[in-house]
Design a binder for this molecule. Structure first.
Ligand code: SF4
Ligand code: SF4
Length: 254
């Protein structure tokens, strides 16, 4: 059973929190979690574990489907005893590559998309087991994000959440075509090794006009590959042409 956590809207830039091994709740927070994984989370953890993306997905994740569009979203699969698979006696075994949600805690974002007034909305996650919330150390939100390395993750999470939470309507289409698009979304989001195999085919660069400077980078730099995958998803879903992907022949598109 997943833990029920209360979300309290934060009205101030400041909150109180401290987490350290001296607290009796140490590692209590790492079980029964409903923990969404972003593509960048998967990239970081599968590399940490020296696994290919497909093997990581099979072993460590469960899939959830959004309502509509039915985006397939990965969650970290908890062990049978409810604990996170990366939890050890002395804490998180993948700490330097822990997922975005673990970095943000005890904060959560209402949405990765900024509101109408251009401000992000943050919540404080109220977990009665978490004694760190009773500590007196004060944090400004921006200092917390920097301290936890969230900013690096945001570079990749924002563009992806923009796709997933977009209010833009998908073009009306058959069930079969929608299924095909969701499969493409999943592969380019999470199964990056497979996406790389796709672009290695001659056909990809025959269809999409990717500048040579980008082509070179995507084969050696997985972060560049991830950016390319987001552009490709936007094109496949909404027909949006980015600066990098411009189809040469629309008759060959998905
Ligand atoms: S203070 Fe909260 S976040 Fe830190 S170990 Fe305890 S339960 Fe987990
Ligand atoms: S990844 Fe690490 S920090 Fe996150 S829930 Fe698992 S053990 Fe805890």
């Amino acid at each position: 059973m997943k833990r029920e956590l209360e979300m309290i809207p934060l009205d101030s830039e400041i909150f109180k929190f401290d987490c350290h091994k001296g607290l009796s709740c140490f590692t209590e927070c790492c079980s029964k979690l409903d923990l969404l994984l972003t593509p960048y989370d998967v990239l970081r953890i599968k590399n940490r574990l020296n696994m290919d993306s497909k093997s990581f997905i099979d072993e460590y994740t469960d899939m959830d489907l959004e309502d509509y569009p039915p985006f397939p979203i990965l969650k970290l699969k908890m062990r049978e005893d409810g604990r996170c698979p990366f939890l050890r006696e002395d804490g998180c075994s993948i700490y330097e590559d822990r997922p975005s949600a673990c970095r943000l805690y005890p904060l959560a974002r209402a949405s990765m998309i900024v509101g109408a007034d251009n401000k992000e909305r943050f919540f404080l996650i109220r977990d009665e087991k978490c004694l760190g919330l009773n500590e007196e150390r004060e944090w400004k939100i921006k200092d917390w994000l920097r301290h936890e390395g969230v900013e690096e993750y945001d570079r990749f999470n924002f563009p992806w959440f923009e796709i997933v939470t977009s209010s833009e309507e998908l073009p009306a289409e058959s069930r079969e075509r929608l299924f095909k698009k969701m499969k493409a979304f999943f592969m380019a989001s999470y199964d990056l090794d497979n996406f790389k195999r796709l672009i290695l085919t001659e056909k990809f660069f025959q269809i999409y006009n990717v500048p040579p400077s980008v082509r070179e980078k995507v084969f050696t730099d997985e972060k560049e590959l991830l950016y390319l995958s987001f552009e490709w998803i936007r094109f496949v879903l909404y027909g949006k042409r980015g600066a990098v992907i411009n189809p040469m022949d629309r008759s060959q598109e998905m």
